[in-house]
Ligand binder design. Structure first.
Ligand code: HEM
Length: 358
């Protein structure tokens, strides 16, 4: 069954690349940029403000990574059955004192503190600000898809309740149940975890802030899907911490949740299918993010302003095994799919440096 779904995903991704775009109506803003809807003109100066003051001049650094994490922690405070938060409403920014205190939001205060004064200058609702910042920050990372941005979220009404954000110590069943409760299937959960290709941990082990989850943390490539499958042999910092499991590389952190999801029969084939399949990953990630970033919102009242999001640089070519690693180090959990042939980086095993500014 998982394999049928996987084939469907592969054909949809392929079809998506073959659809011809119908030329859209265009509006030229006073500032000179072109967009599909005049209402989106107000966003270009905000994008510029974010790039200058939040993302250190359009970098794929700590703030861009954290802006993406923030959009997830905001949106997932939602349940299809009601009784949780307002979803992608910016409550995590507007009510940051409340939501930052939740255990799963450890370290999020850095980005809410960084975003808050710029949010106040922007004139946007908190929800629009959080989700535009995620789209813009992600666009700074080569290889990333150009995420959609829907404009017009009303201000959030209340903070989300605690215990909506998955923790790395949670079982796969608990994680998949939480995603399902918010409307995401197991393949969509895996697609969203592509985000961990531009991710690092500050608080899992506080002695080593900024420890990346893969060896190419500044590039939105499929490297994280490969490296989570490599045999683990060390802890990068102060021994084993809750939510952490053995990592293959010095300076790299592996989350228990990522590893278990990579090995679980419900998700392993989707995980493995991403390895060295950039097109699949970005198509699936973009689609799942489009859903995430409007959770709980009345879509009929939102305007599609995706064309204010900068176009990311592309990533072409194949990923590689880190130096000294090869196919024999891969813990295959999906025998149904052939494992791609990958070259190995030359030289001695690397030590992955921390993300600056963490
Ligand atoms: C099973 C679900 C997930 C778990 C258990 C999880 C857990 C974590 C943990 C523990 C960290 C490190 C926090 C720290 O120590 O600073 C982290 C970082 C991050 N997560 Fe997740 N995550 C999940 C899903 C997601 C999703 C769906 C997204 C986005 C769509 C996301 C985006 C990120 C990003 C970008 C970072 C890096 C932040 C930075 O470098 O500042 N995560 N995640």
């Amino acid at each position: 069954m998982a394999f049928t779904r996987l084939s469907a995903i592969l054909s949809v991704a392929l079809a998506a690349t073959q659809v011809c775009a119908v030329p859209a109506k265009r509006v030229t803003c006073k500032t000179g940029q072109v967009t599909a809807n005049a209402a989106c003109c107000a966003l270009f100066p905000v994008v510029e403000l974010m790039q200058d003051q939040l993302f250190d001049g359009s970098e794929c650094g700590e703030e861009a990574h954290s802006a993406l994490r923030l959009s997830f922690h905001d949106a997932i405070g939602f349940s299809l059955r009601g009784g949780k938060g307002g979803g992608a409403d910016g409550s995590i920014l507007a009510f940051n004192k409340t939501e930052n205190a939740f255990h799963a939001n450890g370290g999020i205060d850095d980005i809410t503190d960084g975003q808050f004064p710029i949010f106040l200058q922007s004139g946007l609702s908190a929800g629009d600000f959080v989700h535009l910042a995620a789209a813009v920050g992600t666009s700074n990372c080569p290889g990333a898809p150009r995420l959609e941005f829907m404009f017009g979220r009303p201000p959030p009404k209340a903070p989300a309740p605690d215990l909506t954000v998955p923790e790395p110590t949670d079982t796969v069943t608990k994680i998949l149940e939480r995603f399902a409760d918010a409307g995401f299937s197991p393949p969509e959960a895996v697609a969203l975890l592509s985000s961990h290709t531009i991710a690092a941990a500050d608080v899992v082990d506080v002695t080593i802030p900024g420890t990346p989850f893969d060896s190419t943390v500044g590039t939105f490539d499929t490297q994280v899907f490969l490296e989570v499958l490599l045999k683990g042999k060390l802890f990068p910092g102060n021994g084993s911490q809750p939510g952490e499991v053995l990592s293959p590389l010095a300076g790299e952190m592996r989350l228990q949740s990522d590893f278990r999801i990579s090995q679980d029969p419900r998700t392993a084939c989707f995980w493995q299918a991403m390895v060295n399949n950039q097109e699949l990953m970005i198509a699936e990630f973009r689609a799942a993010m489009s859903k995430l970033q409007v959770l709980g919102q009345d879509k009929s009242r939102l305007i599609d302003c995706s064309d204010v999001v900068p176009v990311p640089k592309s990533f072409t070519g194949n990923i590689k095994f880190p130096a000294t690693f090869s196919r024999k180090d891969v813990q295959i959990a999906c025998p149904l799919l052939p494992f791609p042939n990958l070259a190995t980086v030359a030289g001695p095993a690397p030590t992955i440096p921390p993300v600056p500014g963490s």
